[in-house]
Design a protein around this ligand. Structure first.
Ligand code: UDP
Ligand code: MN
Length: 331
């Protein structure tokens, strides 16, 4: 009897030891590091929130610190200068390519530190598609909507006027509130149509905007590019093939405005009344700056960092009139 107990004990002993060692190793394992979650939207379908930047790029263009470094530096008493937030206002409307366009845009914006995406739907209500999309986009975002009145939905008339103004109104409201509480934050605004192509370098350039900055735009105005002409660091004219008489012969994608300028000119908006085609940019910029004041970016406006690409209308000739597939798929 005694020998049987002994033999059982010796059979079990190594197993008991293995379990003890495993438990010990597990409790000593350090806690997993804080990593940004790939899909994070604290205000799904609603207002924006803060995100830990995946890459903290710096305005001087030097590579940013890694996340671990960032956490480490917080414990020291040296606060880093606040990186101005880039606010990108994107008007968008429902059409077959909408989700594809927004996907491409989000893939770019996700690589830019401290960017807040203001998406304004041209619609009577926020759509399910865009709400779901933003909730999973991995970007701080704000989702607004305002419909373009029917009478303005005609070829030849400017697009997205009401949507850009809604973005401006949101920005002013949010920051006036912060100003009142003495929590002013630096920021830069630019208008990012959903079908253009943006290089990452463009964001480094615009981040240092003091008042209003400008740069060339590719594939626009019937030419390979348009650009501000620069002499001794100042804008002195425009290289353009279309309506050279425009006070600011520049596309919507060719300028950025500091948040401070937006706030100190509370009445500056895009106008419907009296606005001729192609004059949206000039009408807006006239209200906030002068040509002499413009800050040329992109190596004195000699580099194209954004392209006014346009997406071909998709061919849906074979799309059935009624739903035929066994599943319903969002495209
Ligand atoms: N847009 C809109 N409603 C419309 C047409 C356009 O909100 O009825 C948006 C569109 O998604 C884009 C911007 O306005 O972000 C500019 O439109 P588009 O690219 O068609 O203009 P273009 O490139 O010809 O200036
Ligand atoms: Mn476009």
């Amino acid at each position: 009897m005694k020998s049987m107990l002994f033999s059982r004990f010796f059979i079990l002993l190594p197993w008991i030891l293995i379990v003890i060692i495993m438990l010990d190793v597990d409790t000593r394992r350090p806690a997993p590091p804080l990593t940004p979650r790939p899909y994070f939207s604290p205000y799904a379908g609603g207002r924006g929130g803060a995100r830990i930047p995946l890459r903290r790029s710096r305005p001087d263009g030097r590579p940013g610190r890694g996340l671990e470094k960032l956490n480490e530096s917080r414990s020291q008493a040296q606060p880093e200068p606040q990186l101005p937030t880039i606010y990108a206002i994107t008007p968008t409307y429902s059409r077959p390519v909408q989700k594809a366009e927004l996907t491409r845009l989000a893939n770019t914006f996700r690589q830019v530190a401290q960017l807040h995406w203001i998406v304004v739907e041209d619609a009577a209500a926020r759509s399910e598609l865009v709400s779901r999309f933003l909730a999973r986009a991995g970007l701080p975002s704000t989702h607004l909507h305002v419909p373009t009145p029917r009478r303005y939905k005609r070829p030849g008339l400017p697009r997205a006027t009401e949507q850009r103004n809604a973005g401006l109104a949101w920005l002013r409201q949010r920051h006036q509130h912060l100003l009142l509480h003495q929590r002013a934050q630096p920021g830069v605004l630019f208008f990012a149509d959903d079908d253009n192509t943006y290089s990452l370098e463009l964001f480094q350039e615009m981040r240092t905007t003091r008042k209003v900055s400008v740069w060339p735009v590719g594939l626009v105005g019937g030419r390979r590019y348009e650009r501000p002409l620069v002499k001794n660091g100042r804008v002195v004219g425009w290289y353009t093939g279309w309506r050279a008489d425009r006070p600011f012969a520049i596309d919507m994608a060719g300028f950025a405005v500091s948040l401070q300028v937006i706030l100190s000119n509370p009445k500056a908006v895009f106008k419907r009344r009296g606005s001729q085609p192609g004059m949206q940019e000039s009408d807006f910029l006239k209200q906030i700056t002068t040509v002499e004041e413009l800050e040329p970016k992109a190596n004195n406006c000699t580099k194209v960092l954004v392209w006014h690409t346009r997406t071909e209308k998709v061919n849906l000739a074979n799309e059935p009139k009624y739903h035929l597939d066994t599943v319903k798929i969002e495209v």
